[in-house]
Write a protein that binds this ligand. Sequence first.
Ligand code: HXC
Length: 519
Amino acid sequence: MSSQDKIRKLIELREQARLGGGIKRIEKQHAQGRYTARERIDMVLDEGSFEEFDMFVSHRCTNFGMEKTTFLGDGVVTGHGTVDGRVVYIFSQDFTVFGGSLSETFALKICKVMDQAMKVGAPVIGINDSGGARIQEGVMSLAGYAEIFQRNIMASGVIPQISAIFGPCAGGAVYSPALTDVVIMSDKTSYMFVTGPKVTKTVTGEDISVEDLGGATVHATKSGVAHFRADDEDEGLMLIRKTLEYLPQNNLEEPVQTECSDPADRLDDELNDIIPVNPNQPYNVKDIIYTIVDGEQFLEFHRHYAKNIVVGFAKFDGMPVGIIASQPNYLAGVLDIDASRKAARFVRFCDAFNVPIITLVDVPGFLPGSIQEYGGIIIHGAKLLFAYGEATVPKITITLRKSYGGAHDVMGSKQLRGDLNYAWPTAEIAVMGGKGAIEILEGRNIKKIEDPEEKAKYAAKKEAEYTEKFANPYQAAKYGFIDDVIEPRNTRFRIIRGLRTLATKKDLNPPKKHSNIPL
Ligand code: HXC
């Protein structure tokens, strides 16, 4: 064979590999509104940057006559490329080859990119579209999954790991995405569950559809498994690129500061009037976020889950930050189980990757009641407390309005190593609200008054006295728990100045094997 023939053969083999499971299956994929594994890679990476590994790998299985059916690449496309010029590693499961099911060699391919990503210190993007364990390969497939899980665990907090789910992801296969930092699901075309509808029906009698059991809406609203529900794959792929913009390549690097055309000293006069006069009236904290950040750009995580707290990435003068904000517009911004879990995970995500944390506080307290107590609000609230207290990145907390009780301590307080704690003049920092406080402090005296009118008058007077004394930022400022009371319109500027000053901050936790966060 001449060299030319050999090169021709190489080109033919490459073309064959690029076809995956063949034209018919590609057409079926397209007909369902889904891209192929390769199309997804091309869309998420910078144009022409993809370098593929292991195109010629095929499976080694001989069970059920499998040796007669092999496909080059064996159902997963792997390699590396760049996103905005920065190196990323990627694997993309190819549903056209054995339904994207995971074989021994399929797992080895994924492990290879994960291992190299760890050595290089670059993020890993995983695109999931798979029928799960390759049934013909039995335990080899289970072992393959476990090899990937182990790598996900070792990579956690070292390199960013982002998962997109664009098709089936069922059984134990769900645990690889679940171990990663960000899960994006495409609406209507993806699902995730440990046990599918058929087995669910057999075991429990519950009759439920695929979508209702594990569709993107369920995981974006009820379980919190998905950080993003994308309208379609295009949006999902864009979200991967967007998320990476705020993250460093690994835990030893800082997030990249970008050029910013939004003036750092911009004053936002409208913020001076944004807090309603009535302390029980809600407002939308996102209006404040969009006003103070660069160019009104806020990448919100978990938008549809635990809406009483808002979390996401933004930039200040080009510096990436994570924002955690109470949302008075939903359940008065109270902290409950879901909000605590959501925010705790986000705080730890930011801290792991050196992203400073900005906290906007308007929290009336923890949600009372048996549902919360039986559900373990103590342990879940402790997660958030732990996450804040453990975080060593720059932490800037702005108290907008309420900051009551335990929730005050939890939400980035000075004593949890808050670096800059500012309050607006509208802040109310106290053990509890006036009404509750007076019931406890004055209950006995109030009971003694027989005339209902006099009773109400006395209670109102005492409540007003309490509110006057405690519902302000100056008690906390008096003790230095609040570093300064600031005019709301200066918030952007004060945060930017704080971030610049804290850029060289060093803080350490004592050496230990690992903490025992209340999981
Ligand atoms: C081998 C598989 C496969 C699998 C699909 N295929 N799943 N091959 N192992 N797990 C093949 C099909 O035989 C078919 O091959 C092709 O992929 C496309 O599958 P279809 O069924 O035609 O596609 P569709 O109708 O879209 O249905 C998709 C599906 C279904 C819902 C995913 O294929 C399915 O239910 N598959 C089995 C899922 C499953 O039970 N997996 C094991 C879960 S347990 P041809 O040649 O016809 O194109 C598990 C444990 C993991 O994963 C444990 C980790 C710790």
